[in-house]
Write a protein that binds this ligand. Structure first.
Ligand code: NAD
Length: 460
């Protein structure tokens, strides 16, 4: 483990002001370096993800490495245009003059990452930080220790730590880092720790981006293609063994299709993972014993209708569907973050909407229905970080869509251009010439109010 580096924020800020970090050419060069080391270390990253979570190779590549490379390519392609000052309209009152928004890097950005997608959730914010012209300190989760080590070694061998560095460690080290004066903090993790981060940031009024969790509802109307719905739900729920911030947390299914849907889910699980998901090379494991014990306790609530098998030594929990749960159960009040899918039913969409309006705003909301009117209602009457209609976890795959939460599921969005924007300060710049300087602006004020009102209306 690296020694806690006290003062790294100040050292990076010094580097930020003394070197060409902000220069676009430098940023492009360094993004090329990052891309190269990721490609060169692909096998090492996949191995680390397998050791941490027994992540299937296909899931590891598609959800951890490919999105990072895609983000780098996008930044390499568009960085020059993103970084150009954005001209905006100048009102007559400021004629002659010009107005523009300058994207200015913050300085030193602290990135704190979780364990469930330990590579992607550390690297995509890093790409955004570097593209925006910042220095960065990356603090991966100590729980996914193999991936943390791999990133520390890769980055350590290729970047000056005053520019970009990985500092490994747990809670104490995170607190030491949080006590320093960073220029921005980008945190991904639970809502509980998000509050600790925000409190620490308040000391220096540091801007924060919080990418948090929550319970993502998945509503299924009666008017659906049951088989495709089941496939898309099973994929989203059991990908990475349910340890995904965007996974559908629970189902709210119209009574008319509930039994049919559960049967289709049972069949789909079998098709995806076989009769013995334990043997499947395509099914991940629970990250550690603590989470295994937590999930095993949730498993006892309600009635298991699919799956339910566990193996403590292997930290295995089968893809499981649970019925007869109530909102008072822990499984319905805390984020599940594992392969357990509670199913509740409903008859009236208005009741569902009213129920969800009383709950915390989730990171994602899923709605399966062909009914356009209902789709419209869901979009306008419920709030969430993002929405996929007739799919799960789909909106994250489009880098043109900003990704983030709202309320308890977070603040600030990233991915693609949004990463660049959220890690830049938008500096308002107005340039004027020495030509024209109407006297009426200055004291002593002699223009009658009646006339002033008319002039101002014209000038703005
Ligand atoms: P976590 O909040 O426990 O940990 C996240 C980071 O905070 C880790 O680096 C950890 O070392 C640090 N940390 C832990 N306890 C701390 C403390 N007391 N003080 C300071 N720092 C501390 O989250 P996790 O268990 O790693 O990840 C799971 C959570 O993250 C879930 O709630 C999930 O929904 C959320 N998540 C959100 C997103 C998103 O994009 N919105 C993505 C992945 C995970």
């Amino acid at each position: 483990m690296n020694k806690p580096e006290l003062g790294i924020a100040d050292r990076q800020r010094e580097f930020f002001y003394s070197r060409s970090v902000r220069n676009v050419e430098f940023r492009l060069e360094q993004l090329h370096v990052l891309k190269r080391i990721i490609i060169d270390h692909e096998a090492r990253i996949l191995e680390a993800l397998n050791k941490d979570l027994q992540k299937p190779e296909a899931e590891a590549y598609t959800s951890e490495i490919a999105p990072v490379l895609h983000e780098i390519d996008l930044a390499l392609k568009h960085l020059r245009s993103w970084s150009k000052p954005e001209r905006v309209r100048t009102p007559r009152i400021l004629y002659p003059g010009s107005s523009a928004i300058y994207r200015e890097p913050y300085g030193s950005v602290l990135i704190i990452a979780p364990w469930n997608y330990p590579f992607q959730l550390a690297m995509i914010p890093l790409v955004g930080a570097m593209a925006a012209g910042n220095c960065a300190v990356l603090k991966p989760s100590e729980i996914s220790s193999f991936t943390s080590r791999a990133m520390a070694e890769m980055i350590g061998a290729s970047f000056d730590p005053s520019y970009v560095t990985v500092i490994e460690g747990g809670v104490d080290l995170t607190h030491q880092l949080l006590s320093q004066h960073f220029d921005c903090i980008f945190f991904t993790g639970s809502s509980r720790i998000g509050k600790i981060v925000m409190e620490a940031a308040a000391k220096y009024l540091t801007p924060v981006v919080l990418e948090l969790g929550g319970k993502n509802p998945c509503i299924v109307d009666k008017d659906v293609d049951v088989e495709k719905t089941a496939r898309r739900i099973v994929w989203g729920k059991y990908f990475n063994a349910g340890q995904t911030c965007l996974a559908p947390d629970y189902l709210l299914v119209h009574k008319a299709v509930k039994e049919k849907l559960i049967d289709a889910i049972r069949l789909t699980i079998e098709r995806f993972y076989g009769n013995e998901p334990f043997q499947s090379p395509d099914y991940a494991r629970i990250i550690n014993q603590q989470h295994f014990v937590r999930l095993s306790a949730l498993l006892k609530e309600g009635e298991i209708v699919v799956g339910g098998a566990t193996d403590s030594t292997a930290r295995y929990i089968a893809p499981t569907v649970i019925e007869k749960v109530s909102w008072n159960n822990n499984i319905m009040s805390e984020e599940i973050f594992g392969p357990l899918l509670p199913v509740l039913d409903y008859e009236d969409i208005t009741e569902v909407i009213e129920l969800l309006q009383r709950k915390s705003k989730p990171l994602a909301l899923y709605f399966f229905s062909r009914n356009k009117q209902y789709q419209k209602r869901i979009l306008s009457e419920l709030s969430s970080g993002g929405v996929s209609i007739n799919d799960t976890m789909a909106h994250i795959q489009n880098v043109c869509l900003p990704f983030g939460g709202v309320g308890e599921s977070g603040m600030g969005e990233y991915h693609g251009k949004a990463s660049f924007d959220v890690l830049s300060h938008k500096k308002a710049v107005l340039k004027r010439s020495f030509f024209a300087d109407p006297q009426m602006k200055y004291p002593p004020y002699r223009t009658p109010l009646k006339y002033l009102k008319k002039v101002l209306k014209f000038l703005y």
